[in-house]
Design a protein. Structure first.
Lengths: 340, 249
C-alpha cells in the first residue's frame, strides 16, 4: 500500500488508509476517490526557492522526475533541492543522495505546490563511514494539495546526520523518515516543526532502527495547531537485541490554540537490548495562561504576547539547526506564520 | 488621588475574597498592605492588574481618575501599573533582554511614543543591571529559567526600573531573599520613589518595611482594610500578630 504505487498504477485501491495502522490518522484512501490525471510537464520559470541563496548547487524537480546527488569521499556540498507541484495533477518524484567516506552535505530541501495536486516523493540517502549530513526541509504546500514525502536514510559508523522538517501542512500530508542506524558511534538528530492553521493536516512519522551497539539518537518535534487543523506525530525507535549502549531520546510537544484543533501523537520505544538509555516525553496542551498574563502585565497586547510565547516554544527546535543561514530561513518562516 | 479603590468586592471561582475594600494612595506615597495568609493580599494585586478569573462584582478602582477595571492588563501596564510578582514566571526560549524590550516598546507604542533604539536599550539595560548587581550576561538567558528565588526577584525589580512605571505594586517581594539581596532590591525600589509615583507594598512580615519605609500601613483581613496607621502599626503587628484583626474581620 503506497501512494507511489497508486499513482503509478492509477489504482486508488493501492492507497494507504485508516485500516493500515501506520496511516490511521492520515487516511488517503478515504480522501481520494479518483486520482487526478497525471501532471503535465512544466515549461517555464520555476522562480526562486527558499534556500537558493544559500546553495552552490540547485536542483529543481517539477511535476515528477528524479534527482541524483553524489558527494564523493572527503567532498563538501550545499545543495538546494526543490520539489515543485504545479497544477492539480498527480505525480511521483524521487531523489537519490549518496555520500562517500567523510563527505559533508547541507541538503536544503523544499516542497511547494499551487493547487490540488496529489504528489509523492521518495528519497534515498546513504552515508558512508564518517560522513555528515544536515537535511533541512521546508514544506510550503497549497491548502488543497495532498502530498507525501518518504525518506529512507542509511547511516554508517561514525556518521553524523541531523534533520529538521518544518511544515505548514496541506489538505493531507505525510512527511516520513526511516533511518537504519548501525550504531558504531554514529549520531542522529531527527527534529520537526509543524505550524498548522485553517483545516490543514500534517503527519510527521519517523522510524529509527538501532541495529548495533553505541548509537545515539535525539529527537524533538514541536507543533502549534489552531483553527480546525490537525497535527500527527508518530515516532518509533527500535533498539535491536544486542544493540547495547544505545542512547535514544525522543520528545514531542504540541500547543493547541483552539478548541477544534487536534493533535494525535504516538511515541513508541521498542527495546530488545539490555544496556540502553532511552527516554521519551510527550505533552499536548494550551499556552501557559500564567506566562501569558505575566507578559501582558508587562505591557504586551494579548496577540503579541501569544506570538512571543509560541515563537519561543518553537524556537527550541529551530535553535538546534546547525547551519546558521538555514536556521534563519526557518526562523523567519516560523515568525511569519505565527504572527499571521 | 492617584489610586482610589472604593468598596471593592471580588470573587475567585465564585468565592468572594475581597469584601468591600477601600484604599486611597496619593502620588508620592508608599503604602504597605499587611495581613495574615488568606486575607486577600494577592487577590488585590491581581484584581488591580486585571488577571483572568478574578471577577469584580462591585465597587471601583481608579488610577488618576480613570477606571482601571475597564482596561485590559496591557492597557493598565501602559498607563504605568506594574506588579512585581510573588512568584515570577519562567519564560523558556525568550531571553530576558528580548522580553523586556518587547514589553517596553509595546508600552511606548500604546502611549504613542517612538520605540526605543537598540543602542539606547542596551545602554539602559547595562546601567540598571549594574545598579541591581545583576550580571549582564544573565539578561541574555531565557527569562527566569533556572534562576534562584532571589535572582528572580531582582529580575522583577530590573524590569520595574527599565519600564519606569508610575504605580508600583510589590507582592511579597521579600520572600525568598537573603539579607544582602533584600538590601539590593530595596535600594532599587527606593530609587524609584518620587513625587509623581505611588507604591503599594504587600507583605506578610514587617522586615521589608525596615528597608522600604512606608508612609501608611493598612491591615487587610477578611477581604477588607480593617485598620490603618503610620509606620508604627507595622511594628505593632510584628509584636502582637494579626489575631486581633482576624477577629475584627
Amino acid at each position: 500500500m503506497s501512494l507511489a504505487t497508486a499513482i503509478r498504477d492509477r489504482d486508488v485501491a493501492a492507497l494507504p488508509g485508516k485500516r493500515d495502522e501506520d496511516w490511521r490518522w492520515t487516511d488517503l484512501r478515504g480522501l481520494i476517490r479518483v486520482l487526478p490525471d497525471p501532471s503535465q510537464t512544466f515549461v517555464g520559470d520555476a522562480g526562486e526557492g527558499p534556500f537558493d541563496a544559500l546553495a552552490d548547487d540547485r536542483r529543481v524537480v517539477i511535476n515528477g522526475g528524479d534527482a541524483l546527488i553524489d558527494v564523493p569521499a572527503d567532498g563538501k556540498a550545499t545543495v538546494a533541492l526543490r520539489f515543485i507541484s504545479r497544477g492539480a495533477g498527480s505525480h511521483a518524484a524521487g531523489a537519490t543522495i549518496t555520500l562517500g567516506a567523510n563527505a559533508r552535505l547541507h541538503l536544503l530541501e523544499s516542497y511547494e505546490s499551487d493547487g490540488g495536486s496529489v504528489s509523492q516523493a521518495s528519497l534515498t540517502i546513504v552515508l558512508a563511514e564518517g560522513a555528515a549530513v544536515e537535511r533541512v526541509v521546508l514544506v510550503q504546500d497549497h491548502e488543497d494539495a495532498v502530498s507525501v514525502s518518504q525518506a529512507a536514510v542509511r547511516l554508517a559508523p561514525k556518521a553524523e546526520y541531523g534533520q529538521t522538517v518544518a511544515t505548514s501542512g496541506a489538505r493531507r500530508q505525510r512527511l516520513e523518515t526511516r533511518v537504519v542506524h548501525p550504531g558504531g558511534h554514529a549520531s542522529l538528530r531527527l527534529d520537526g516543526v509543524y505550524l498548522l492553521a485553517d483545516k490543514r493536516h500534517s503527519d510527521q512519522t519517523t522510524v529509527v532502527n538501532h541495529e548495533s551497539t553505541d548509537g545515539a539518537t535525539v529527537q524533538l518535534t514541536k507543533g502549534v495547531v489552531r483553527d480546525q487543523a490537525r497535527g500527527v506525530f508518530q515516532g518509533r525507535i527500535v533498539v535491536a537485541e544486542g544493540a547495547d549502549r544505545t542512547d535514544a531520546r525522543m520528545g514531542h510537544h504540541a500547543l493547541i490554540l483552539s478548541d477544534r484543533a487536534e493533535v494525535d501523537a504516538k511515541p513508541e520505544l521498542e527495546i530488545y537490548a539490555d544496556d540502553v538509555a532511552c527516554a521519551h516525553g510527550n505533552t499536548v496542551g494550551a499556552l501557559d495562561e500564567d506566562a501569558l498574563f505575566y507578559a501582558r502585565q508587562r505591557g504586551m497586547p494579548e496577540a503579541e504576547a501569544r506570538a512571543l510565547l509560541t515563537e519561543a516554544f518553537i524556537g527550541e527546535v529551530i535553535d538546534r539547526i546547525w547551519f546558521e543561514d538555514a536556521r534563519e530561513v526557518v526562523r523567519a518562516w516560523a515568525a511569519e506564520r505565527l504572527r499571521a | 488621588m492617584m489610586l482610589n479603590v472604593q468598596n471593592l468586592h471580588a470573587s475567585v471561582d465564585g468565592k468572594e475574597i475581597l469584601k468591600g475594600l477601600t484604599l486611597e494612595v496619593p502620588a508620592g506615597e508608599v503604602h504597605a498592605i499587611m495581613g495574615p495568609n488568606g486575607a486577600g493580599k494577592s487577590t488585590l494585586s491581581y484584581v488591580l492588574t486585571g488577571r483572568d478569573g478574578y471577577d469584580v462584582t462591585s465597587g471601583s478602582a481608579m488610577l488618576d481618575g480613570e477606571d482601571l477595571l475597564a482596561l485590559a492588563p496591557d492597557e493598565r501596564a501602559a498607563r504605568g501599573v506594574f506588579l512585581s510578582f510573588q512568584y515570577p514566571l519562567e519564560i523558556p526560549g525568550v531571553p530576558a533582554l528580548t522580553f523586556i524590550r518587547t514589553a517596553l516598546n509595546a508600552q511606548r507604542k500604546a502611549r504613542g511614543e517612538a520605540e526605543i533604539t537598540a543602542p539606547e536599550f542596551l545602554k539602559l539595560a547595562r546601567a540598571k543591571s549594574a545598579e541591581l548587581k545583576i550580571d549582564f550576561d544573565m539578561l541574555k538567558r531565557a527569562l527566569n529559567v533556572g534562576f534562584s528565588g532571589g535572582e528572580k526577584k531582582r529580575m522583577e525589580i530590573l524590569q520595574m526600573a527599565m519600564l519606569s512605571p508610575r504605580f508600583l505594586i510589590l507582592d511579597e517581594t521579600d520572600s525568598g531573599l537573603d539579607i544582602d539581596a533584600l538590601r539590593i532590591v530595596s535600594d532599587g525600589v527606593n530609587a524609584l520613589r518620587s513625587p509623581d509615583r505611588g507604591m503599594l507594598v504587600i507583605t506578610h512580615y514587617q522586615r521589608l518595611l525596615d528597608y522600604i519605609k512606608p508612609d501608611r500601613v493598612h491591615v487587610l483581613s477578611g477581604g477588607r482594610i480593617v485598620a490603618s496607621g503610620g509606620p508604627e502599626l507595622a511594628h505593632e503587628l510584628e509584636r502582637e500578630g494579626y489575631e486581633r484583626y482576624e477577629k475584627a474581620a
